[in-house]
Write a protein that binds this ligand. Sequence first.
Ligand code: SAM
Ligand code: SF4
Length: 343
Amino acid sequence: MDKTLTPSGAAPLIDPFQRAINYLRVSVTDRCDFRCVYCMSENMTFLPKAQLLTLEELDTMCSTFIGLGVQKLRITGGEPLVRKGIMTFFDAMTRHLDSGALRELTLTTNGSQLEKFAPDLAAAGVRRINVSLDTLDDAKFAQITRWGRLPQVMRGIDAAQKAGLRVKINAVALKGFNEDELFTLTDWCASRDMDLTFIEVMPMGDIGNEDRLDQYWPLRDLRARLAERFTLTDLAERTGGPARYVRLEETGQKIGFITPLTHNFCESCNRVRLTCTGELYMCLGQEDMADLRAPLRAHPGDTAALEQAIRAAIRLKPKGHDFDYSRQVVDGKMSRHMSHTGG
Ligand code: SAM
Ligand code: SF4
């Protein structure tokens, strides 16, 4: 990003480590129609509606960030597509794509509602989406998501591709669960022209009886397994996030690895995360946050206080996170759920 100018003429968001913040991830709801075992407990208590940002407030928040130089917006949750009226919000963001201020509007979804919403998302200007899918086996899918049904997600992926959306699959690597599907998942993605990214499981939130160390399958092991069958070429491509990419020479496929626990990606971090209640987390792996809802609600129709609060928050962005599984304890464990910050 040009560090000297934003579309509104305001100074861009630069943190104390000279990182330009141009990527905002927004959780639009803490609710979900699934209960993935690594993400939620079976009995979740969700927030009362009054605490959530309204769709209009979400618009104001995002528009203010875009005015300050945010060029990429990823909508997430909880499950973003279960938020009532969410298409109104997507439609509202189209104006920023049209003006050129926003380069990309995208979302991360479990796919359950895509059959219904894919055409509308494409019409709103969404071009690429991430669909989270850990297994291609019906029974295992029901087990890992507790409430999800695979055929519904498959219909959603079909609908997304039919609507012209580019689909990337995100799979959480889970020891003893989808290790045996490494090649099946890879082949399936290749056959449907979808990129695939593996995510290392992170210590986020209380998930009931599940044990993090039992779930942890280091991606360096996964990568070594891939290398037994394919020739892997490291790609220079960086997104400012925790993903690294390789190309499988035999298929031409791009495979991503998100390794927040075994790799240090913080030095190039370009992103911040807004929760559905208007808290801004400057780092996924730290508890520090700034309340942006208070200045937003205190000054309806005037975003000066909000802008000031955003700038103050960016000045506090930490250098990096503290996750560590290395001593057989989950150090740096975060008390909030991934569905709260949005992943
Ligand atoms: N519901 C949507 C979905 O599942 O794609 C969006 C929100 S979900 C919290 C975003 C991503 O976080 C998903 O890809 C999910 O697999 C991942 N995730 C959730 N809990 C995680 C954990 N403890 N460690 C690593 N990834 C996690
Ligand atoms: Fe819901 Fe996504 Fe969390 Fe699964 S990972 S419970 S789909 S928010």
